[in-house]
Write a protein that binds this ligand. Structure first.
Ligand SMILES: [Zn+2]
Length: 180
């Protein structure tokens, strides 16, 4: 995120060190006085870029820790807290919204999910949590997932936005449901 305000402070006492301070969108850049304007600009650009990078990283960390905490709540609510897992947001999942590696109990959620309504986010997380018990999309799997009250609504939402599936799942057809 770009800082909304930048203040350059030039100090005669400063010899070589360049420092920054950041808070509430305000970036302070401390430079030694007497630098030539070209070098100064180069350092200012570099410091802004570095600050943007570290702010982005901080944001990712914050949202990951929210995700871990929130998923732990869903684990308690729907699985009696019985599941152990690690979960994080990833930026490189373009065709999937979530994935679960049941061997090392790792769940990855696409960061595109962050902008979805919370009940859709919860559905996606519960879907992936359920894979820790049922790696496939079996009948048992769907029985568990469908215990989430907004499951049907969330599936409809994903279809409506053109996503269709989370991780390539299919459900037993209507007919099969009627027979069983
Ligand atoms: Zn799935």
């Amino acid at each position: 995120m770009e800082p909304s305000q930048i203040t350059i402070v030039r100090s005669r006492r400063r010899k070589k060190t360049i420092q920054t301070k950041y808070g509430d969108g305000h970036l302070w850049i401390y430079l030694p006085a007497g630098m030539n304007p070209k070098d100064e600009q180069k350092w200012i650009d570099r410091m802004i870029e570095r600050n943007n990078r570290s702010e982005r990283k901080k944001k990712v960390k914050e949202s990951d820790s929210w995700l871990v905490q929130h998923t732990e709540e869903l684990n308690k609510k729907y699985f009696n807290g019985a599941l152990t897992f690690s979960i994080r947001f990833v930026t490189n999942q373009n065709s999937r919204y979530g994935s679960c590696t049941s061997i090392d109990k790792t769940i990855r959620i696409s960061d595109r999910v962050k902008t979805m309504p919370s009940w859709v986010q919860d559905y996606i997380i519960i879907h992936e949590l359920t894979h820790l018990i049922y790696p496939d999309h079996s009948k048992n799997f769907w029985e568990k997932v469908n215990q989430y009250r907004y499951a049907e609504r969330a599936k409809g939402y994903l279809i409506a936005i053109g996503a269709g599936t989370i991780d390539g799942e299919t459900e037993p057809s209507e007919l099969e449901n009627v027979i069983s």
